[in-house]
Design a protein around this ligand. Structure first.
Ligand SMILES: Nc1ncnc2c1ncn2[C@@H]1O[C@H](COP(=O)(O)OP(=O)(O)O)[C@@H](O)[C@H]1O
Ligand SMILES: [Mg+2]
Length: 313
């Protein structure tokens, strides 16, 4: 079996004249947590629907677990788990009835179903609420039920389309613990999210911008490539004071960050102590300077700007 769980080559999807997914190519390894990021309308859900065998492509090729999604969409649908953006659960059925429905859709009945239901319910802490109506459950629990129904048949890969949208921080955190456990058991996790803190949990990221894959790599690689240099966090000065004091130094970027400033300098640029001394020598006392690291938000903004300016990677 291939070590690659997903292989995408020059994938393109048009809706009329509009190009929702534009010449996208990437791979995902088995057991990897792959984060697919991008603003609303960037083309994430369209890509996922093609990879799940739910939507045709206009051009290009894609394989999921070695199966050609264009030629054998039905085989792909049987072998993957998919949690759609709207968690398509039956609100007027109980948790158990939903699991039975989705199990049945994948050919799980009787003893085989009950064994999987019990295992998945235990892993996702649903056992105590199996008899409750899904419609009455809070968002974070609905989300766990949706994940449970997507993994009942033990797929090698699960596609999660914004699984944590609108879910509270505590539930998001515990959801990510489940995702990590799933991946460490060998399941590939292909996940889209709006939350950049969650992107940090992914092993590799693809950043989509207006249908194009604008960046691909580990969080660390993307930071290094798109936001090079070091970042200093400065408290107790204004942008004007900082720029006045640091004349002669090259500051790559100065951005407000809460009550502080994030100052990006070249790799061989000034360290925190040097910048602090410079401020003191310009008459600015009491500033605090510490080294920090660029965030994925910095990466995201840089990629979006360069994609808008017509650049790529
Ligand atoms: N069936 C469709 N018909 C026409 N346009 C569509 C269709 N599905 C998606 N689109 C358009 O394609 C673009 C990408 O959509 P989508 O993949 O859902 O983005 P994302 O999931 O990144 O928010 C959007 O502009 C959306 O309006
Ligand atoms: Mg979407």
């Amino acid at each position: 079996m291939s070590e690659l769980s997903v292989e995408v080559r020059h994938l393109t999807r048009r809706f009329g004249e509009f190009v929702a997914v534009n010449d996208v190519s990437f791979d995902v390894s088995r057991g990897e947590i792959f984060g697919y990021l991008g603003a609303n309308g960037a083309g994430k859900s369209t890509t996922i629907r093609i990879l799940c065998g739910l939507l045709g492509a206009s051009e290009g090729e894609a394989r999921v677990s070695g199966v050609d999604v264009i030629r054998e969409p039905a085989a792909v649908r049987r072998s993957i788990g998919y949690m759609s953006q709207k968690f398509s659960l039956y609100l007027d059925l109980t948790v158990e009835e939903n699991l039975a429905f989705f199990g049945g859709a994948y050919g799980l009945f009787g003893k085989a179903f009950r064994a999987r239901r019990d295992a998945v319910s235990a892993a996702l802490e649903l056992t105590a609420i199996e008899g409750e109506l899904v419609g009455a459950l809070p968002g974070g629990i609905k989300q766990r039920v949706a994940l449970a129904s997507a993994i009942l048949h033990q797929p090698g890969i699960v596609f999660l389309d914004e699984p944590t949208a609108g879910v509270d921080p505590e539930a998001r955190r515990s959801f990510w613990r489940l995702i990590r456990r799933l991946a460490s058991g060998g399941t590939t996790v292909f996940v889209t999210t709006h939350y950049l803190d969650e992107a940090e949990y992914c092993e590799r990221l693809g950043l989509m911008s207006a249908g194009r894959l604008a960046a691909l790599g580990t969080p660390a690689e993307l930071r290094e490539r798109f936001v090079p240099g070091r970042v200093l966090e400065v408290h107790g000065v204004s942008v004007e004071q900082l720029e006045g004091a640091s004349r002669g130094l090259t500051l790559l970027e100065v951005e407000p960050f809460g009550a502080a400033l994030h100052v990006r300098v070249a790799k061989d640029g000034p360290g925190p102590e040097e910048l602090r001394r410079l401020l003191v020598s310009s008459g600015i006392e009491g500033a605090r300077v510490a080294e920090t690291s660029s965030t994925l938000e910095d990466v995201f903004l840089t990629v979006e700007r360069s994609a808008l300016a017509g650049g790529a990677r």
